[in-house]
Design a protein around this ligand. Structure first.
Ligand SMILES: [Zn+2]
Ligand SMILES: [Zn+2]
Length: 499
């Protein structure tokens, strides 16, 4: 029989842990002093201690900052000292205004910490200070935070300060109709006339296709020198820049260093009055309205294939789940755009999704189901699929993990108890499927383990239908020769011992 022991986990995973601290602060005017501070401390200590990759390095908290008296920053100073002394690898803060008194203060501190490799993560603004765009955004936001310390909405609108104009403009390319003169966007007159014409004709009811065709016939060329196409016309119509306002963080640099369009993963920022507009805000809004109406009246190109598109959502992060043609799987959009660490959801095979739907709707064929009248949304979790029906009823069905490719619950969960590297799955002669350290044959001497033993271990803690539970409740599994250590997402640790 397996032996169950609760351990604190430190022995096996100490090496890779990041020392994480948090800084909390309350001001007399805006917070119920004590309640708020203890709530912040509680929140952060739980957050840090629940992350098995993090080591709790403390919550530093300053209280009682009144309008005139702003110098009570003892804890803040201690935080910086401890950071310099190697006690901290990363600092969590609620927002920029909580961290700094002014722009200069903020940038100096953040840069100082950056120089010794310490990241400051600002929760509300979703900024990592060591990221590429971190500093630019910090500069902008800090100036804003200084002027207005009340909380801000996702889309922050503010008048831009002269000093920052250059930085932003340098980081983006001038749109058609403008050129960058080293200081500012300047209008290119004949191009600006074309932009105006495009808007005017579109508002008069002409289609983007017809406008493009007509412009091409008249020899009008775009920025690249090629004739203007339908898509360029649409891009021009949708581009907010022509109103003199720029949208920042339209793109961001992802974990693997590629440039990606921001579709809501990060906040965006509007910057007003940076340069001379070509069209008014009113005209721009009208164009967007028309565009939206026309898009809505377009027939769904392939309704038979994916009648549930748009209905399927990720139960874990709340994002959409879309069908990926190439793999026959449905994958969370957050995970697809921001990488595997951004959302713990698992891709689901289209086959499984369809079969579950047929069962829940009690129909013999997928194509017979009328979704528009019955289903509000379909939430996919690691261990189950919830069907939220328009009647208000919720029906659940367990997810199935066959163990085979694309449907293995242990995928990306198993790590080496010695070197911390990830285990991979492979065929091993007569033993069948085994899991093995990626560093084996190299520096690591850990034994391999048969998959049926890992299944046995999982069943001993989670029961017969372990698959979904492994995905939903287990954070990581560490294998160390004859033992399998399960670290649960809630912090529980359980060890199984090979007989
Ligand atoms: Zn997700
Ligand atoms: Zn290893």
């Amino acid at each position: 029989m397996p032996r169950i022991t609760r351990i604190d986990g430190k022995k096996t995973i100490e090496k890779s842990k990041k020392k994480v601290a948090a800084y909390a602060r309350v001001s007399m005017e805006t917070d119920m002093l004590h309640h708020s501070l203890s709530a912040q401390i509680n929140y952060y200590s739980t957050l840090i201690q629940n992350n098995p990759d993090w080591e709790y390095a403390g919550v530093y908290a300053d209280e009682g900052i009144t309008g005139r008296n702003t110098k009570h920053r003892d804890e803040f100073n201690r935080l910086i000292e401890d950071s310099k002394n190697g006690k901290i690898d990363m600092i969590l803060v609620k927002s920029i205004s909580r961290f700094a008194r002014n722009t200069v203060d903020l940038l100096n501190t953040v840069r100082e910490l950056k120089a010794i490799g310490i990241n400051v993560y600002f929760e509300r603004e979703n900024i990592n200070s060591i990221s590429n765009e971190g500093e630019l955004l910090l500069t902008l936001l800090a100036s804003f935070a200084q002027e207005e310390s009340r909380s801000t909405s996702e889309n922050v609108k503010w008048g831009i300060r002269k000093n920052f104009e250059k930085g932003i403009a340098n980081s983006t390319k001038a749109p058609y109709g403008y050129r960058w003169d080293g200081e500012k966007f300047r209008i290119i007159k004949d191009q600006a006339e074309i932009v105006k014409e495009i808007f005017r004709r579109y508002l008069d009811g002409e289609s983007a296709y017809s406008i493009a065709k007509n412009l091409a016939e008249h020899g009008v060329r775009g920025q690249t020198g090629n004739p203007i196409e339908q898509t360029s016309v649409k891009l021009i119509l949708a581009n907010l820049s022509y109103t003199g306002t720029r949208l920042l963080q339209k793109y961001y640099i992802s974990e693997n260093q590629t440039r990606k369009r921001n579709k809501g993963e990060l906040p965006m920022y509007l910057v007003d009055d940076m340069y001379e507009p070509i069209i008014s805000e009113e005209v721009h809004e009208k164009a967007l309205e028309i565009m939206k109406k026309r898009a809505e009246s377009m027939p769904n190109k392939n309704p038979k294939l994916t009648p549930i598109s748009g209905l399927v959502k990720c139960g874990i992060c709340g994002g959409g789940i879309s069908r990926r043609k190439s793999s026959g799987r449905w994958i969370c959009n957050t995970r697809e755009r921001k990488g595997k660490t951004s959302c713990a959801s698992r891709p689901i095979l289209e086959k499984e999704l369809k079969e579950a739907t047929i069962k829940i709707m009690r129909k013999s064929k997928f194509s017979r189901i009328d979704f528009t009248k019955k289903v509000e949304k379909i939430l996919v979790y690691g261990d189950r699929i919830d069907f939220i029906l328009l009647s208000g009823k919720v029906s659940s069905i367990k997810r199935e993990y066959s163990g085979e490719r694309g449907s293995n619950p242990f995928f990306c969960k198993i790590y080496c108890g010695y070197c911390g590297d990830i285990f991979h799955r492979t065929n091993w002669k007569k033993q069948g499927k085994v899991w093995i350290c990626s560093k084996r044959n190299g520096s690591c001497k850990v034994k391999k383990m048969r998959e049926d033993e890992i299944i046995e271990a999982s069943k001993s803690f989670l029961g017969e239908d372990y698959g979904g539970k492994v995905v939903e409740y287990i954070d990581k599994i560490y294998i160390k020769d004859d033992s399998v250590t399960f670290t649960f997402k809630d912090g529980t640790v359980k060890i199984w011992q090979r007989k």
